[in-house]
Ligand binder design. Sequence first.
Ligand SMILES: NC(=O)c1ccc[n+]([C@@H]2O[C@H](COP(=O)([O-])OP(=O)(O)OC[C@H]3O[C@@H](n4cnc5c(N)ncnc54)[C@H](O)[C@@H]3O)[C@@H](O)[C@H]2O)c1
Length: 389
Amino acid sequence: MPENISRQKFLQYTAAAGAAVLLSSLESLAVETPQKKLRVALIGCGSVSNRYIPHLQTSSLIEIVSLCDIKYDRAVEQNKKYNVGAQTYPHIDKMLAGVPFDMMVTTTDMQAHGMLNKKALMAGKHVWSEKPMANTYAEGKALFDLAKSKKIRIWGAPAVVNSPQFEYMSKALQDGKLGRVASAHGQYGHTGPTWSAFFYEKLGGSMPDLGVYNMATLTGLLGPAKSVMAMLSIVKPERTVDDKGKIKVEAEDNAHVLLEHDKNVISHVMCGFNFFDPHGHEAGTQSLHSIQIYGDSGNMRLIGYDWETNGVVMDTSWDEPPKLVSTDKGGYVWQEGATKIGEALVTKVEPRINAEHALHVLEIIEAARKSSETGMKIKLKSKFPWPMV
Ligand SMILES: NC(=O)c1ccc[n+]([C@@H]2O[C@H](COP(=O)([O-])OP(=O)(O)OC[C@H]3O[C@@H](n4cnc5c(N)ncnc54)[C@H](O)[C@@H]3O)[C@@H](O)[C@H]2O)c1
């Protein structure tokens, strides 16, 4: 369940972000949901919809009323496959003019997110967006401001901050279990999606698809980044994908990103589409770590991935061996974001995931591209409510 924080605490957090934002609390949103269930419209009925649709269906507070895809057959197929009973549409404009709904869930090609999320917000719908919530930080910030002005809300994936392991690690850091924290590292890669070209086209790449998880985790644990330096490259200049055959790779498929946090803490994210990893898509049995954090009196490692967590190894003793702790996933799954946000809109309990955090990660991705192009260190301006737990 979403973290239960009071409205007052939420507003304090928001103020602490230093941003001139005052988000509509969930109690005061313009869009009321008097009906029992939150009505959801999902746009983009491709690969990830096979995880989203069944998860949304597990919630007694949510009803999927519309499915949309420009490849219309896909909307019809998913409606049938998951016995959704939704209306199906071939275009967002038709969906917005069709059956009424409260929240749009965006699971299309990454490059279309900003444009589609804007249309939904303009029509007064809340939005949960797969990452990234827009193509650029400026576009994302404009969406955030638009939502604020219309007293509705937008949120963006990933949902990594929801895991009990994130919570454990965050509390360990807040409690000083590692001593003076200095450095951290996160990595995530596999050999790249084979089904769609957009992952390799301009504004795609391994950062918004994969590195985004580690960036959300490391900033979530260590606080907002103040500046970014990066080296990005394209290792495989051509790929063959199901929807377009042989394509030229235009976005990075190999990224190393350095983040400077407050108090001289430095973290590093490494991601790519050329990493052999048998656990790249399913990590339930992964026993190795993907995130590590070092302080001067301890270190800790997240076993599995931040999107599929299998425990935390704590190493805080000169004499005792490292201990595997926090192995209970508590029901957390990476595809839960839209469901948890939908439920938060019904229960009016502020969730832990927040839009400023997703925007901050978007700014990091954009800054990493700029740093790699120019060889410069890029300063960031965005912040988010922190600590998150
Ligand atoms: N596939 C995964 O396992 C996975 C996991 C986590 C997150 N994601 C994210 O989910 C998103 C989708 O990825 P995917 O793998 O499902 O891609 P996909 O290519 O399988 O599906 C995308 C779908 O969106 C549709 N679409 C594109 N533009 C549209 C528009 N303007 N209006 C309506 N429909 C449109 C396409 O026709 C396609 O069916 C991406 O942001 C990706 O990063 C994917």
